[in-house]
Design a protein around this ligand. Structure first.
Ligand code: ZN
Length: 435
């Protein structure tokens, strides 16, 4: 994968709906067949398929030539902290504002004073056809700003200002008499304004991904958490295709709603992955015990970004496990099992990386900091499979624009391709061969 391919993925994926669309386009180009949950599935050996749920989560897989002896799954998330649009035309002080609410735990100040736009989907009625359907929409222009209050009017701004999202974070759209937002939306969606029944829209920053540093060794972009993992695991999944472990079904998944707890119909804590795996097995003749055997012979990478040591705040990191930008894929461990990594699953992943010459580093929180959580331990509620939590090092997680290292993205693609290729067999509880 070239870094430009990652930039393209990040740049096009301005909402979870767009992230799924971007992934679907890559899968289409690689010959995968789109399925619908509402239709009957006929699955053929050695073919690739994908299915979406709510248009914001997606699962892709290939059917092996023979029986499914296990699953090899990489999972990430499609969503990032942002602002969901509640209403579109709010008059205030001679201006028109949007009314928004926070989605996920963003660093609020980073959304101020930069060009923003809006994207997502609109639900469109077709009276003649009697249908209601969704259209992806991206206003795709410098359109909005959340202006700071002047320092003269609040001297606390540089000394721990407490942001109130309903007051501080409402975006300015235009002036009285400006073309109304719904008209702009209808234009962008290519439909009549009165046919838009509802929408799921959120803000995004207009900053394009860009390399920085004397040799471009770092990059900045919005939504690095977690689209960097989503894109790199997808490229690893596609790269491995010709040489995938023949007894295992490779699966790639990207779930929405990680930033708000994953417990939606399409989130990692839903039945989506389990439903798809059960359905694949049902579509392929197998013995009654094959499902349990397949789970025992399976492995999941839960891929979500990790904190690099911040050069200004080195003491925020664990003193012994320092994750450095550019030093390889991160394995995340946590005693309370916020991360699913165990000694065993960490060892399996490190062995895969060693065989593929991919550098690995370990992240653990300081013992006096609780840290974050991710999708792996929630996923394991429905899919009882050995799992490891991994990620890529980054700074400024949940800022409107984040920073990471170019070399790490490539390391993840190679690690994930190696993961899909390795012949991993369970010889018993906690005993494996890896060839
Ligand atoms: Zn994340």
């Amino acid at each position: 994968m070239q870094i430009e391919q990652l930039f393209d993925f990040l740049h096009r994926s301005v909402s979870p709906f767009h992230a799924v669309h971007t992934a679907a386009q890559l899968l289409d180009a690689a010959g995968y067949t789109r399925l619908e949950e509402a239709e009957y599935w006929n699955l053929e050996p050695e073919h690739g398929y994908y299915v979406t749920r709510n248009e914001s989560s997606i699962i892709a897989w290939r059917v092996p030539a023979h029986a499914i002896g296990g699953w090899r799954i990489a999972a990430s998330h499609s969503d990032s902290p942002t602002w969901r649009i509640k209403n579109t035309n709010v008059n205030a002080a001679g201006c028109i504002k949007l009314n928004v609410e926070g989605y996920g735990g963003m660093i609020m100040s980073t959304w101020l004073d930069r060009p923003l736009s809006a994207a997502g989907r609109v639900l469109v009625r077709d009276e003649a056809a009697g249908t209601l359907e969704s259209r992806l929409v991206d206003l795709d222009r410098d359109l909005l700003v959340i202006p700071s209050l002047a320092i003269h009017m609040d001297r606390t701004l540089n000394s721990g200002h407490a942001f109130n999202p309903q007051v501080d974070m409402q975006p300015l759209y235009g002036l009285e008499g400006s073309k109304p937002f719904p008209a702009l939306l209808a234009e962008a969606a290519g439909v009549k304004k009165e046919d838009i029944v509802d929408f799921d829209l959120s803000l995004y920053t207009r900053q394009a991904p860009t390399r920085i540093g004397p040799d471009g060794e770092l990059f900045m972009a919005p939504r690095i958490d977690d689209l960097e993992c989503a894109a790199t695991t997808l490229y690893g999944f596609l790269d491995a295709a010709p040489e995938t472990d023949s007894a295992c079904a490779p699966v790639w998944a990207m779930f929405d709603n990680e930033e708000v707890g994953s417990s939606t119909r399409q989130g990692a804590d839903s039945s989506f992955l389990r439903d798809v795996l059960d359905r694949i097995l049902n579509a392929i003749p197998h013995s009654a015990q094959a499902q349990a055997q397949a789970f025992a012979n399976s492995f999941v990478l839960s891929a979500d970004n990790a904190h690099a040591v911040h050069p200004n705040f080195a003491d925020k990191a664990d003193p012994c496990n320092k994750v450095i930008l550019g030093k390889g894929v991160v394995v995340k461990v946590n005693a309370s099992q916020k991360y699913t990594t165990s000694g065993l699953t960490g060892a399996i992943f490190k062995e895969i990386c060693r065989k593929n010459n991919v550098p690995v580093q370990v992240f653990a929180n300081r013992a006096d900091l609780p840290g974050g959580s991710t999708l792996g331990n929630l996923q394991s509620h429905t899919v009882p499979v050995p799992m490891v939590d991994i990620g890529l090092a980054q700074l400024a997680m949940h800022s409107a624009v984040e920073t990471a290292a170019v070399a790490d993205a490539d390391a993840m693609v190679r690690a994930v391709a190696g993961f899909y290729r390795v012949h991993l067999r369970s010889l018993g509880d906690a005993r494996y061969t890896l060839e």
